[in-house]
Design a protein around this ligand. Structure first.
Ligand SMILES: Cc1ncc(COP(=O)(O)O)c(C=O)c1O
Length: 420
């Protein structure tokens, strides 16, 4: 409890919150920012988080900007939203998500959220019944871990296997699950590993989850952001096998994370989620949650409908060039190795070889000293569940990326053990 002079106050820090929620990406980015040398005149190179929207090569499509302006000008979208979103926006999202699917998603199954982040909050809160557990990947997008801890939903971690192109360790899933396991999270294309799951692998995941009686949460916020050999296949294709909760947003594909527009879609052709009561509980949690901004909902039919294919093609070309450059430059740096060439999302994971370095104790020490000496921000692997690895985003302006990789190499050379 707080004390201020002689006066005692009945409130103070919440230790449970600090323990469960402090180890996320933002926490580490703030920590690294505190290590920057303010006297270094060079620009800070942000390879720690996936938001390329400030860079000219990743500017969003003018058609999307016009759609938002028009929605605001029309004065038709100044009111509160309805629960789950405005019908016109739910319909537009259902149509967009059905474009490359073998069936049509119903607007009734689409629930709109303030970015994918809020879909995670709502879903995890709904699943967190006393005694339940959830299977989360390692490495991961740690917001799921923070949210689950915060809601006292037990976390059980399964590995993604670097030697198998970061595929899910299906044996581990079977070993970890029990009759209290509510759900299994699959992030595809993957943050933080940069891989894309094949159709066959997704089917195996769906079959395993079905056998175990658990829901699949398919985080597809990087939907269609693929530039390798594998096409993007949605987990929605396997909802006949297992109930799927699909999460997504316009944040990444349109490069507008600040617009805060996402969705959560219940894919439940056999009414398993509905009959279990989960869909009803979800509606209650949505009723007491905030909504995505109404004018963005008003703009959504045009954002999704009028953005030309050229926009996506050109962004993917840029990302591919950045990803290839990143992969090649990493090969020249002796203390890190990349086990798998990225083929989607905006990230890659690289393994740190501490044995060749002097005066670096671990991944966090590496990243703090890197921020201080080179004004370069890279995320320590521990923030996504893998100690002594690093997560690098390549989604920045190409020239800046090249500069960042030169700085990384210089840093690595300076800290490499000298031959006697
Ligand atoms: C895997 C994953 N899921 C969800 C989110 C949150 O998305 P949004 O920015 O739409 O809230 C992110 C953001 O980086 C992410 O990487």
């Amino acid at each position: 409890m707080g004390e201020n002079g002689a006066k005692r106050w009945n409130f103070g820090a919440n230790e449970a919150v600090e323990e469960s929620c402090s180890q996320n990406v933002r926490y580490f980015l703030n920590l690294l920012a505190d290590n920057l040398d303010r006297n270094d005149g060079r620009p800070v190179i942000p390879l720690g988080h996936g938001d390329p929207s400030p860079f000219p090569s990743y500017r969003t499509d003018p058609a999307a900007v016009e759609a938002v302006c028009e929605a605001v000008r029309s004065a038709k979208f100044n009111h509160y939203s309805t629960t789950s979103g405005l019908p016109l926006a739910r319909k537009a999202v259902a149509e967009y998500l059905s474009r490359n699917l073998s069936y049509q998603i119903s607007p009734d199954d689409v629930h709109l959220t303030a970015g994918c982040h809020q879909a995670i909050e709502v879903l995890i809160s709904t699943l967190a019944v006393p005694g339940a557990n959830i299977l989360l990947p390692c490495p991961t997008y740690p917001m799921y871990d923070s949210r689950a801890s915060f809601s006292q939903l037990e976390i059980r971690r399964y590995d993604l296997l670097p030697e198998n192109g970061w595929e899910v360790d299906l044996n581990a899933i079977e070993a970890l699950a029990d009759d209290k396991t509510a759900a299994l999270l699959v992030i595809n294309p993957c943050n933080p590993c940069g891989n894309v799951f094949s159709r066959q692998h997704l089917q195996k995941i769906a079959e395993t989850a079905s056998k175990l009686g658990i829901l699949v949460i398919a985080d597809e916020v990087y939907k269609d952001i693929v530039f390798g050999d594998k096409p993007f296949v949605s987990m929605a294709e396997f909802s006949e096998i297992v109930p799927v909760m699909m999460l997504g947003a316009i944040s990444k594909r349109w490069c507008v994370p600040g617009w805060r527009f996402g969705w959560m879609v219940t894919l439940d052709p056999h009414n398993i989620m509905k009959n279990s009561g989960l869909v009803g509980s979800l509606a209650h949690v949505l009723n007491m949650s905030t909504d995505p901004t109404t004018f963005i909902q008003g703009a959504i039919p045009d954002i999704l409908g009028k953005t030309k294919e050229d926009f996506f093609t050109s962004k993917l070309e840029t990302l591919k060039e950045c990803s290839d450059t990143c992969y090649e430059e990493i090969k020249k740096i002796t203390c890190i190795t990349c086990p798998y060439k990225p083929e989607g999302s905006m990230f890659t994971m690289v393994k740190l070889d501490l044995s060749v370095l002097e005066d670096i104790s671990d991944d966090l020490d590496f990243c703090c000293k890197l921020a201080k000496e080179e004004s370069l921000i890279i995320l320590p692997g521990r923030s996504v569940g893998l100690k002594n690895w690093l997560r690098i985003t390549f989604a920045v302006e190409l020239e800046l990326l090249k500069d960042g990789l030169v700085r990384l190499n210089n840093f690595a050379q300076r800290h490499t053990k000298k031959q006697p």
